[in-house]
Write a protein that binds this ligand. Structure first.
Ligand SMILES: [Zn+2]
Length: 414
């Protein structure tokens, strides 16, 4: 017991000395810095030079502490050595317009009708979109900052349904909220096979819901052996009135079509059943070829610079297509059946079959193929119509009827 008690006083002494060594300098420093907080008039001689240095700081550090300068000048910084180190932060609340350290023009936002929810999250762009100086397109080119390219990551510090407040290269900008998604790796399943039953089991229908969440901006040949390269896949268009993405609309209709075909015993292959996939137009065509599809139906919606353009159409190759003119008749037949039945079911204007040799996904096909352009998402009334459940059911029924009509007349049963 003795042994344990004896060292205590010595240890205590050492400890006290040590503590003094550590604490004393700080205490002295504190004495130096604190009194000037209640600055008396005699100190005012210091204010003038301090003011000018503070101004220099405030200019170069506007991003971090713009509002602090006026008050902190009088309060702190008696020492010339470390003027920035003293803590104005503790004594003053962060001004409302500093969000996560970034200065935000709240008055401008308010004037445009926005009261953003404060966020701090990493987002990603899908589709290329303009970053703007304000949450509005009313100034046109004057508010454009830079293009935010598809798949670019970006920090969001404010959210509203229409616009997001983001930080890009250290600058506060605004971007349409519909172009931002949470980042997720693109590894969802593609090429999903459903076996049919009964007499239609041998007929395989391949359904391609056009586009996907993220564009694939690298290129692939426009046709087998072609030197002409085209972007692998885009994220498609977006509804001018609804903000719905084409890839989502296409998928919704594709899933309904799948169910109608399965109900009738057809075998079905879905190119995709989610949006977060990575599959190029060539790869899509090759899936249809591999399954020897009786019909390859590619579901899309259209877009035009002219907001009045409307109507539905289907697309196939021309009779002179350099890659697959030999199946022109089949593709044309399928396209004709599908557009007629689609328009009958939906009431959309029938713009007929368009022939075009620039479509990678058609040029690579060795099976009867059609692209259905259901309507124009750039046309407000068609966009709104296509957003309804009624339209989607009718669209699926119409495409189904056209496909069935074609395959029943043309498929060679063996
Ligand atoms: Zn499309």
């Amino acid at each position: 017991m003795n042994k344990r008690i004896r060292p205590t006083p010595q240890l205590l002494l050492v400890a006290v000395l040590l503590a003094l060594c550590i604490v004393l300098p700080f205490a002295l420093l504190a004495c130096d810095t604190q009194p000037p907080e209640d600055t008396d008039p005699s100190d005012s001689s210091f204010d003038t030079p301090e003011e000018s240095t503070s101004d220099v700081f405030s200019e170069s550090y506007t991003d971090t502490e713009p509002e602090d300068t006026q008050d902190s000048e009088t309060e702190s910084e008696p020492t010339e050595t470390e003027p920035v180190e003293t803590e104005p932060v503790e004594t003053e609340p962060v001004p409302d317009n500093i969000i996560h350290g970034f200065e935000v023009d709240l008055e401008m936002e308010k004037a445009l009708g926005f009261d953003f929810e404060i966020r701090d999250e990493q987002m990603m762009a899908h589709g290329n979109v303009w970053l703007r100086t304000e949450p509005s397109t009313q100034k046109g080119d004057a508010s454009k900052v830079e293009i935010l390219y598809s798949k670019t990551e970006i920090r969001r510090i404010g959210y509203s349904e229409k616009w997001s407040r983001v930080v890009y290269k250290g600058r506060v900008c605004y971007v349409s909220s519909s172009y931002l998604v949470e980042y997720a790796p693109q590894n969802d399943k593609t090429d999903i096979y459903y076996e049919g039953k009964g007499k239609n089991k041998d007929i395989v229908i391949v359904i391609d819901a056009g586009h996907q969440l993220f564009a694939m901006n690298d290129t692939e040949p426009n046709g087998p052996g072609s030197d002409e390269m085209k972007v692998k896949v885009t994220s498609g268009t977006v509804g001018v009135a609804t903000g719905i993405w084409e890839y989502q609309l296409n998928l919704d209709v594709a899933l309904l079509l799948r169910d109608l075909l399965l109900d009738e015993g057809y075998s079905v292959v879905m190119i995709r059943e989610t949006n977060n996939v990575t599959i190029s137009n060539v790869e899509r065509a090759e899936i249809a070829n591999r399954y020897r599809a009786a019909a390859f139906v590619r579901i899309h919606a259209n877009s035009s610079a002219n907001a009045n353009t409307k109507g539905a159409l289907t697309i196939c190759q021309t009779p002179n297509n350099p890659y697959n003119a030999d199946i022109y008749k089949e593709c044309r037949g399928l396209s004709k059946n599908v557009i007629d039945e689609f328009c009958r079911a939906t009431g959309f204007e029938n713009d007929g079959v368009w022939e075009n040799d620039t479509m990678t996904g058609i040029n690579w096909c060795r099976v009867p193929t059609t692209i259905v352009e259901m309507g124009y998402m750039s046309n407000a009334s068609e966009d709104k119509a296509m957003a309804t459940e009624e339209f989607r059911n009718n669209a699926a029924k119409g495409i189904f009827a056209g496909v069935v009509k074609y395959v029943q007349a043309n498929h060679v049963f063996g």
